[in-house]
Design a protein around this ligand. Structure first.
Ligand code: DHE
Length: 515
């Protein structure tokens, strides 16, 4: 008979013993010195993810120690080789796998208590308080000092700048008319901002550690995907009031973090990829849902589950860490962080219909599509490999692998430009941006806007004439490029502008940008 497993707390203690014998500081002190500023003093997450057994489901302990030693690709996690000894790294790995004395909860009551209406939505005026094209505004997230700038996309002048919640992450999402913008912070705060009166409307804390948010195509609902607790939270799109907490778990009670939630407007549903269950979930918000389904509810509070927001669960072959839709929202293309290939899941038949050649770590959230020689192609950068993969969306075959100067994070184009732009986010060439011809699929120009400084994340103006690019540094800038001549026409100093989002391109779901 195999020996019974050693409890995690005992294991953590055993691994700490050599450390104590060597006179090195205990893991808790090491954690406070090296980890707490990003992962939170309580390990519940900050700019980095929560570090709890509940959130490390797919990470083996040896892999955790490797990450501590070498860092993690495509994240802000640095390596601690040379800073921490091997036993110190091992004791930290043991610490993060040891459970907290109390499992953190974020109950419906806590969500409700956090809700605040800052400006009564019924008292908002009908017109903007400023003169500019409301469809050509940019929302720029400045992650250096946690601010947001609202930029006039014709004159390239800031209209307003305000302090945001700490560590916004993911693309802000717009109401269908483009008037309101919704932000999610990594620590679970959802904020709704009125672009007409330039003020906050409402806020609510939907989770402890949040992945991202989606706004329904009719603007009635906001869906928040959480990493901790394992839930999706449905909010009212007008007031951000809590409507429903959907626990993410299968029949056996195995729960999962949400990898990402996106809206699929033609289907009137939210689609979720999950990190710890091999399933894709579709949650309908249609008044007359086309399917019925309830989820196992392991909570001991809240109303009994009803069919108002039915859940359809689709089994998939591998976990999905992120995904991307075709323009018709019939297929989703997803990949696992450690997977060999991507999968195409057809939402009509509810199963995988093809594999796609996407090794490494494709950044599908940043995928874009365009028409090409009578077909439609999708292109995605890769967080691990120096390549942009171009795939034919009719037969799902790779059309081309475009070699780049390093792994890229963000890719963008616009219907009115012949070019697609992709950054080189990591490595020695992270100051470079490639401009790819969408017909020949060749790199036609490599820009080095400010040598030695990270250049990343492009977004086009409404008409596609200008491309705005970030100098991703604390004393960074947004550079405005003429998208035809590829010359800089304006430089706007900003504080690590991590992303910028054009109202029209987002609400019209331009094929050249993320949704
Ligand atoms: Fe992101 C979007 C996941 C690390 C900046 N990132 C997204 C989205 C997902 C995602 C699923 C799409 C959400 C949406 O828009 O609704 N990001 C992840 C990770 O899993 C990863 C690799 C690890 C993590 O720590 O969560 C990760 N992301 C980062 C960073 O380290 C970045 C560079 C800096 C930061 O701000 O944390 C970063 N992610 C971004 C940005 C977007 C984003 C700027 C929005 C892109 C867009 O243009 O739509």
């Amino acid at each position: 008979m195999p020996p019974p497993p050693v409890p995690e707390t005992v294991l953590a203690l055993l691994l700490t013993l050599p450390l104590l014998a060597s006179g090195a500081p205990p893991a808790r002190d090491l954690y406070a010195t090296h980890c707490a500023s990003c992962h939170g003093t309580d390990r519940l997450g900050g700019t980095g993810p929560a570090l709890l057994p509940e959130n490390l489901g797919r990470v083996p302990r040896t892999a955790a120690q490797t990450v501590i030693r070498d860092g993690r690709k495509a994240t802000q996690m640095p390596g601690f080789a040379g800073v921490l000894t091997d036993p110190e790294q091992a004791s930290l790995a043991a610490l993060i796998f040891s459970p907290l004395p109390e499992v953190p909860v974020w109950s419906e009551a806590q969500i409700r208590a956090s809700h605040v209406i800052v400006t009564d939505p019924s008292r908002l005026g009908p017109k903007p308080d400023w003169k500019a094209d409301p469809m050509n505004l940019f929302v720029v997230v400045e992650s250096g000092s946690h601010h947001v700038t609202i930029l006039d996309g014709d004159r390239f002048e800031p209209l307003h700048r305000f302090k945001s919640r700490f560590a916004l992450h993911g693309g802000p999402k717009f109401s269908p008319d483009g008037r309101f913008v919704y932000f999610a912070s990594r620590d679970g705060w959802i904020s709704k901002f009125d672009l007409y009166s330039l003020q906050l409307v409402a806020e609510v804390r939907a989770g402890i550690n949040t992945r991202n948010l989606a706004v329904s195509g009719d603007g009635r609902y906001v869906a928040v995907g959480n990493m901790l607790p394992h839930t999706m939270v449905l909010l009212d799109g007008v007031s951000l009031e809590l409507l429903r907490v959907v626990p993410i778990a299968d029949e056996s009670g195995t729960s999962s973090r949400v990898s990402a939630v996106y809206d699929a407007p033609p289907r009137q549903s939210f689609i979720l990829a999950l990190k710890d269950l091999r399933e894709v979930w579709e949650i309908s918000y249609a008044d007359d849902p086309p399917f019925h389904g309830r989820v196992h509810d392991y909570r001991d509070e809240g109303p009994p589950p009803t069919d108002r927001f039915p859940v359809r669960r689709i089994a998939v072959e591998d976990y999905l860490d992120d995904f991307f839709f075709d323009p018709e929202y019939e297929n989703l293309i997803g990949a696992a962080r450690d997977g060999k290939n991507g999968q195409v899941i057809n939402l009509l038949v509810g199963r995988k219909i093809a594999d796609v050649e996407l090794p490494g770590l494709p950044h599908l959230a940043s995928g874009i599509t365009w028409p090409w020689h009578g077909t439609e192609v999708l292109a995605t950068p890769n967080l691990e490999q120096p390549v942009v993969t171009v795939i034919d969306m009719h037969d799902w075959k790779t059309v081309k692998r475009i070699e780049t100067l390093g792994p890229g994070f963000f890719m963008r184009s616009h219907e009115a430009t012949p070019y697609a732009w992709v950054d080189v986010f990591s490595g020695p060439n992270r100051d470079s941006i490639h401009v790819i011809d969408k017909t020949s699929l060749e790199i036609v120009r490599t820009l080095r806007p400010e040598p030695g400084r990270t250049a990343a994340h492009v977004e086009f103006t409404r008409d596609g004439r200008y491309a705005l690019l970030s100098i991703w540094e604390d004393d960074g800038a947004v550079l405005v490029y003429d998208a035809h001549t590829l010359e800089v026409v304006k430089r706007l100093p900003m504080d690590k502008p991590s992303g910028k989002y054009n109202v029209w391109n987002k609400i019209s779901r331009s094929r050249g940008t993320s949704h």
